[in-house]
Design a protein around this ligand. Structure first.
Ligand SMILES: Cc1cc2nc3c(=O)[nH]c(=O)nc-3n(C[C@H](O)[C@H](O)[C@H](O)COP(=O)(O)OP(=O)(O)OC[C@H]3O[C@@H](n4cnc5c(N)ncnc54)[C@H](O)[C@@H]3O)c2cc1C
Length: 381
């Protein structure tokens, strides 16, 4: 058994850390305040190779694996959790197109995703259907000229920034088998976007997207009519592990700040780290984050090895996100009134941590997946 990264993986981690420290971290507070990314952010991500990590070399990416995507997300999240979303989306949607797209679609679409020229959004959730994604209602009707999409999507991360969306639409009444995925430019006639003002992950520009008779062609269908749902659910196993890494790294950065503070701040004649009531909670949260990180990377490693990783990824998702919220909260308390102030990253890290508990599936949604595996479908909720 070997828990270490390879030399190449360590080099990638160092490279992304340098990019995150030099370029991303200094924008994080302003991004959060202004509720958008600094101008040039997406192009810089593309130039740094972070949106093409898992895209094949022949399509302009690096052809790396899920573990490498995790390594990149880990370093970015320490600087700014929200900055990871374009990387996670490119890995998830690039993966779906890479697996289910035709050679022509891959050649046409993937180079732009890898370069950061196409910013991609996963357009699945609707006002009335989130966890029960197989019940989505946005309709795609066929006529002589192609498809016409009508309905509303909401809670779409990067919704205000994205140039393209993988849009899930109902093409028949046959439950999950009636869902079809379309890859569409989001500046197409008939699409209107509206920003959602959120507690955290503010620069991400989560949005509602309204589709009023939007035209689409057969060539824009990914994976065939009625094949949309399976593709995204397979992709979620992997993206849930990436979100777990994100949640751990965001919280670990908060704990690191708290540890540093505990070495400097004094009360009752000694540094506060000398009080067990300060030191031990930090130890407990560091322990939980360490365990969650190992589980998340195990899921990514299994994905790269071609092994079933559904249970590990879903276990990691609920555990890491909950551990992340609790750790970030404790870090803020350790920092006292300084942590509560907007000028300190601690409050942003708590708010961003909570968002991860809902994004990509809630705690209950992930436990449903695990319960069905552990108990067997007929004995599980
Ligand atoms: C930061 C963030 C980013 C997001 N990004 C995207 C994105 O890019 N694209 C996208 O399409 N969506 C996105 N979402 C939406 C997200 O995927 C949904 O919010 C999530 O799947 C839950 O759906 P819902 O909010 O409609 O809750 P609901 O499904 O209505 O659930 C409400 C509550 O009931 C619980 N619940 C529901 N069904 C069950 C059940 N069977 N058993 C037990 N409990 C249940 C849930 O756990 C939840 O606590 C994002 C959300 C957030 C907060």
């Amino acid at each position: 058994m070997d828990f270490s990264f390879t030399d190449e993986q360590r080099a990638l981690s160092d490279k992304v850390k340098a990019f995150a420290d030099d370029t991303v971290a200094r924008h994080a507070a302003l991004d959060d305040r202004e509720r958008t990314f600094w101008s040039g952010f997406f192009a810089e991500l593309g130039r740094a190779g972070l949106t093409g990590l898992m895209i094949a070399e022949e399509h302009g990416g690096s052809g790396l694996g899920a573990v490498e995507a995790g390594i990149a997300v880990e370093q970015l999240a320490r600087a700014e959790a929200t900055a990871c979303y374009p990387v996670v989306n490119a890995a998830l949607i690039g993966g779906i197109i890479g697996r289910s797209g035709t050679p022509r679609q891959q050649a046409e679409w993937l180079p732009a995703v890898a370069a950061g020229d196409a910013v991609v959004a996963l357009v699945l959730t609707e006002p009335e259907h989130g966890t029960d994604a197989a019940a989505i209602e946005l309709s795609a009707h066929r006529d002589d000229d192609g498809w016409v999409l009508t309905g509303t999507k909401t809670s779409i991360m990067l919704g205000m920034h994205a140039t393209h969306g993988l849009v899930f639409a109902r093409t028949s009444d046959d439950g999950a088998r009636g869902v079809t995925a379309f890859y569409l430019p989001l500046n197409r006639d008939g699409i209107a976007r509206e920003r959602l003002d959120d507690l955290g992950v503010r620069a991400g520009g989560r949005a509602t997207l309204r589709f009023a008779g939007v035209r689409a062609s057969d060539d824009e269908i990914v994976g065939g009519v009625g094949e949309g749902f399976g593709g995204v659910m397979r992709g979620f196993d992997h993206s849930r592990a990436l979100i777990s890494v994100l949640a751990v790294a965001n919280a670990q950065a908060a704990i690191d700040d708290a540890l540093e503070y505990a070495r400097e701040r004094t009360s009752f004649g000694q540094v506060i780290g000398k009080h067990q009531g300060v030191a031990f909670p930090l130890v407990e949260h560091a322990t939980r984050l360490h365990a969650a990180r190992l589980l998340a990377f195990e899921a990514l490693w299994r994905a790269d090895a071609g092994l079933d990783h559904r249970v590990e990824a879903n276990m990691a998702k609920w555990w890491a996100c909950r551990a992340g919220v609790e750790a970030a909260h404790q870090a803020l308390l350790t920092l006292g009134h300084r942590g509560w102030h907007d000028d300190h990253p601690a409050s942003r890290r708590v708010r961003d941590a909570i968002g991860q508990e809902i994004a990509d599936g809630t705690e209950n949604a992930t436990k449903l997946v695990v319960a069905r595996k552990l108990l067997g479908r007929e004995y599980a909720p």
